[in-house]
Design a protein around this ligand. Structure first.
Ligand code: FAD
Length: 368
């Protein structure tokens, strides 16, 4: 039986562990805390699922496949992990990022509609879109209950035979991992360590602090009734209230350098001010909504927002650099990486350890 050690029980490591266990691998999953712990990027309350990725079609296809994966996972778990609320993109430029996205969606047969800015009021009470050229409607996009989905994925992985090893893993010679006094060996090792990866290996990844804000929702501002939204040019995004945590309105602009283990978990005052300023401008009814919930998380950013899926040495794989857009792909990415580990195909060259040029067309942020 082929054996693998996966380090990191975020959504990437847990999804991969589940997939490999269900396709005949003996899997050990090493985690320094517990699956779903609040420092990991996968423990945000919610994450958006969108197929729009500007001019890129690879991630659009993967997200579309992942949508099926989330729905199947929800059915297995007996709970709605994915809320298919739809997503509205607020497009300022007539031929900008959203236009390119629509072209790709059309080419792939992924449903979308182009709406006038005034139609925003159909979705959001009191919506103001007078600065916009059009709205791009993705009806099958939506919101994933992220932390819950991570816990469920890890639980299903254990039920499928994955052995969870608690401890801090360090690289050892060959396809081995040191955890405390013990050295674990397997045919393959996958380091799916999120923002901790650059401290372990030479990777083109930097880590930034990201503040998330949720506001008390007035009646009628609940998702899935209210869709998710993204303003790419302003680097703002959000959705209605999910599970009473409040409606999310936050920024995708990258924050300052951050240590995921010891960094402060206090939100900066400026993040709250920005979120409130945007809400007041776009959704005047929410201008005075009180903050209900704050969460600090971190991005593991590559310069070009392309991921890292690379073999660092024979049988030793690095899986990281999610660049703030990796959650939604979890189940489909696991299938892809399992194919790589099974030797069915090599990963795309774009995921290598080469020097990367700066680009951000894959993110929901048009600003730096
Ligand atoms: C504010 C914010 C908003 C986001 N919004 C979206 C969104 O809307 N849509 C989307 O698709 N994505 C989004 N993302 C990105 C998404 O959250 C990440 O792509 C995804 O969670 C990455 O998962 P991961 O498993 O790689 O990392 P993590 O979830 O961080 O997991 C890594 C795990 O590895 C463990 N680990 C690390 N080192 C070791 C070690 N040496 N030994 C043992 N264990 C170790 C850590 O404890 C951790 O549990 C967002 C991210 C942030 C921060």
């Amino acid at each position: 039986m082929k054996s693998v050690i996966v380090v990191g029980a975020g959504i990437w490591g847990s999804s991969l562990a589940l997939r490999l266990a269900e396709t005949g691998w003996r899997v050990r999953l090493v985690e320094q805390h517990v699956p779903g712990h609040v420092r990991q990027a996968s423990a945000g309350e919610t994450r958006l699922l969108r197929c729009s990725h500007g001019a890129d079609d690879w991630y659009a296809k993967l997200a579309w496949r992942a949508r099926d994966g989330w729905r199947r996972l929800g059915e297995r778990a007996g709970e709605d992990l994915y809320l298919e609320a739809g997503m509205l993109w607020f497009a300022k430029e007539p031929e900008g990022w959203e236009h390119a996205s629509a072209q790709v969606l059309g080419g792939l047969g992924i449903p979308y509609e182009v709406l006038g800015p005034d139609e925003g009021a159909r979705f959001f009470p009191g919506f103001r879109g007078d600065d916009l050229s059009f709205l791009l409607w993705e009806p099958n996009a939506g919101v994933i209950r992220a932390r819950r989905a991570t816990q469920v994925t890890a639980r299903l992985a254990l039920a499928a035979g994955v052995e969870l090893v608690r401890g801090v893993a360090a690289p050892a010679e060959g396809t081995a991992v040191r955890v405390g006094e013990e050295v674990l060996r397997a045919d393959r090792v996958v380091w799916a360590c999120g923002a901790w990866l650059p401290a372990l290996f030479e990777v083109p990844v930097s880590v930034t602090k990201q503040d998330t804000l949720h506001f008390a929702a007035p009646a009628g501002w609940t998702t899935p009734g209210v869709p998710a939204w993204v303003d790419h040019s302003s680097s703002r995004y959000g959705h209605g209230d999910v599970d009473g945590v409040g409606l999310k309105a936050t920024s995708d602009v990258e924050g300052g350098p951050y240590d995921p283990e010891s960094g402060t978990r206090e939100v900066d005052a400026i993040s709250e001010a920005w979120a409130r300023e945007y809400l007041g401008r776009r959704f005047p009814a929410l201008a005075d909504a009180p903050v209900l919930f704050r969460q600090v998380c971190q991005y593991a950013l590559t310069p070009d927002a392309e991921w890292v899926i690379a073999e660092a040495g024979p049988g030793v794989w690095l899986l990281g650099g999610d660049s703030g857009h990796g959650f939604k792909h979890g189940p489909a990415l696991a299938e892809y990486v399992a194919g790589v580990l099974d030797g069915d195909f090599a990963p795309e060259p774009r995921f290598g350890l080469h020097r990367r040029a700066s680009a951000k067309g894959l993110r929901t942020s048009g600003l730096s």
